[in-house]
Design a protein around this ligand. Structure first.
Ligand SMILES: O=C(O)CCC(=O)C(=O)O
Ligand SMILES: [Fe+2]
Length: 279
């Protein structure tokens, strides 16, 4: 049986000594269970071809190409490349690539009607220092809300678009920049664990539906203050060969964005959605 080692007080765990290319169903189920329990799961020491990474990722759900077309892998559009082509033809650091995911705490795919269930990264190159990924529990964020806010949020929805209020859309092609907002309840129940979360993404939220602008701004600012609970964080220090999968339904994350830019930090990345229920 696999051994799951806890890494953070509420989220984060690691598994050593497995090869994800050769997992029987029982071992995969144990991995999936550990992921639901710890929300962020690192599987160490893998040595994968891109097709093998994709195949393993597909066990978790439907792997979907990311809307940022310019950063898709040229031979495998379902896989996004993080950290490649960091320097432009003029030799200047492209900040949108270098700082990708480091603009602030967020959850992936809140701009979609159905946000991504999971995101999974595989580390190909890791800098000598810096470049961690930071995670936090949205269960803990919900639990920290005062009763007054839990009541108030019960029937409120946020409106989200890629790029949010800051209109950060430089990784998108022109034709993908003006999508309509989608709406998500601020309190969601995780489909598999049945636990409540504060579902909120300050980078992509435009406004809270049905509130006056000033009230919506004030509530957005207030909710930001509950996202990160001090005893519910896990900071992942990458090693080459790590696979890390996180559950966007119950965690926030951000890239630290602080590594030496002249060094490589390269990952393959997939977005994973719920598979449609069989008809
Ligand atoms: O590069 C990282 O550490 C994470 C970037 C990120 O936010 C993502 O891939 O969704
Ligand atoms: Fe992200």
């Amino acid at each position: 049986m696999i051994e799951v080692r806890r890494l953070g007080p509420q989220i984060g765990a690691e598994i050593n000594g497995v090869d994800v290319r050769a997992l029987d169903d029982a071992t995969y189920s144990a991995i999936y269970r550990a992921w639901l329990d710890y929300n962020v799961l690192a599987v160490r020491g893998q040595n994968l071809q891109i097709g093998e990474f994709l195949e393993y990722s597909q066990r978790f759900g439907l792997v979907e190409p990311h809307p940022s077309k310019s950063t898709r892998h040229p031979d495998c559009p379902e896989v996004t490349l993080l950290g490649t082509n960091k320097f432009g033809p003029d030799g200047k650091l492209d900040m949108a690539i270098y700082k990708r995911g480091a603009e602030g705490w967020h959850t992936d795919g809140s701009y979609n009607e159905k946000p991504f269930k999971a995101t999974q990264l595989y580390a190909l190159a890791i800098p000598s220092h810096g470049g961690d990924t930071l995670f936090a529990s949205t269960y803990a964020a919900y639990n920290a809300l005062p009763e007054r806010l839990k009541q108030r949020l019960q029937n409120l929805k946020g409106a989200y678009v890629y790029g949010g209020r800051g209109k950060r859309t430089s990784l998108l092609n022109e034709e993908d920049r003006n999508r309509k907002p989608v709406f998500h309840p601020l309190i969601r129940t995780h489909a598999e664990t049945g636990r409540k979360v504060l579902y909120f993404d300050p980078n992509k939220i435009l406004y809270i539906d049905g509130l006056e602008e000033a009230e919506s701004d004030a509530l957005i600012a207030e909710l930001k203050g509950y996202m990160i609970q001090p005893d519910a964080e896990y900071h992942h220090k990458w090693r080459k060969g790590d696979i890390v999968i996180w559950d966007n339904r119950c965690s926030y994350h951000k890239a630290a964005g602080d590594y030496p830019p002249e060094e490589d930090r390269i990952h393959w990345r997939v977005s994973i959605s719920e598979r449609a229920a069989a008809a």
